[in-house]
Design a protein around this ligand. Structure first.
Ligand code: HEM
Ligand SMILES: [Mg+2]
Length: 300
């Protein structure tokens, strides 16, 4: 009797685990950009009273268009997977990697969700100094758009209508130098170094494609300055997904275009971007617990 009960319990656990894996696989297989003409692309509603936003112009834009909850709350991995894929053709591997890191900013990471304003948390897991369009936390507000810093970035693109890798890299580096000079608590180790290259790769790729690094500057300005998808300007989500490898390759290209040495004597490769998320979350087992099995489903 005892044995058969135990066997039944094991069978039930296996059944539940198999079911969970199957529903994860089904969700992953269903992901992709929303069709042209989806009303969310043109339905732009800035945050209202009670809505929360983040230091991330990408997530804020997706919330302003309703691809993720407009109130900015209760961001779970499945919700982000669908919203980021539909709005910007972000691949599941990247959403799970950065979404897992994002969960660590929640007051209760194992509950499986965060609110966009949790992401303001400084120096861990994601937010860092020398942002392109935000002030350093030392100056009080690390989450709102801050035009003087953004103009520093844009000045590098003066006279151009499109981005390119060397200019994007130089623009990012100038923000680092500026913060280093004015912020007595400036913090910029390997995590910040890699993540910030990743953010430059993100604006380049989401506003163009996962390879070229050539995006219209008007599109980028719309996303940063208004937190609005530039659909009316002609932008469409990339036809191929933006993935951890595509971003990792561009992190490496941006790094190679820049004379600054990596901190902590690190060797930067195309895998560094993926590795930094595993490092932040504490290895693949911790990642899998945190994301409810999603990270192992995409090989993290
Ligand atoms: C779950 C997914 C995501 C999370 C948790 C997340 C989180 C963050 C956080 C915390 C920051 C602040 C870093 C800093 O101090 O600058 C940030 C910055 C940024 N994120 Fe996201 N992000 C996500 C997805 C995206 C997507 C899909 C895009 C696409 C455009 C994006 C683009 C950016 C950019 C360009 C920055 C740099 C902003 C700046 O330097 O001013 N992110 N993100
Ligand atoms: Mg910052």
């Amino acid at each position: 009797m005892f044995l058969s009960l135990k066997t039944a319990a094991v069978a039930l656990t296996l059944f539940a685990a198999t079911n969970a894996q199957q529903s994860i696989q089904a969700l992953l297989a269903s992901l992709g950009p929303a069709p042209a003409g989806d009303p969310r692309f043109t339905n732009f509603t800035p945050p209202g009273s009670g809505d929360v936003r983040s230091p991330c112009p990408g997530l804020n834009s997706l919330a302003n268009h309703g691809f993720i909850h407009h109130n900015g709350k209760n961001m779970t991995i499945p919700h982000l997977l669908v919203g980021l894929a539909q709005g910007m053709n972000i691949g599941a591997d990247f959403t799970i990697a950065i979404g897992g890191a994002g969960l660590l900013s929640s007051p209760n990471p194992l509950a499986g969700s965060f609110d966009l304003n949790d992401l303001d948390e400084h120096n861990f897991p994601i937010e860092h100094d020398a942002s392109l369009s935000r002030q350093d936390a030392y100056f009080g507000n690390d989450y709102s758009f801050y035009n003087p810093n953004w103009q520093m970035v844009l000045s590098h693109y003066a006279g151009k209508t499109q981005t390119d890798i060397p200019t994007a890299s130089a623009a990012k580096y100038s923000r680092v130098n500026n913060s280093m000079q004015i912020n007595p608590t400036f913090t910029y180790g390997l995590r910040e170094f890699i993540l910030s290259y990743g953010e430059t790769a993100l604006y380049l790729q989401t506003m163009s494609d996962p390879v070229s690094g050539v995006a219209n500057i008007d599109y980028i300005r719309s996303m940063f300055e208004q937190e609005k998808l530039p659909y009316a300007l002609g932008w469409r989500p990339s036809t191929s997904p933006i993935t951890l490898p595509s971003l990792g390759n561009m992190v490496f290209e941006l790094y190679t275009a820049n004379p600054a040495a990596a901190p902590e004597g690190a060797k930067v490769t195309a895998d560094s971007y993926k590795d930094i998320f595993e490092f932040i979350v504490g290895g693949s087992q911790a990642f899998n617990n945190l994301t409810g099995g999603f990270s192992s489903a995409v090989g993290l």
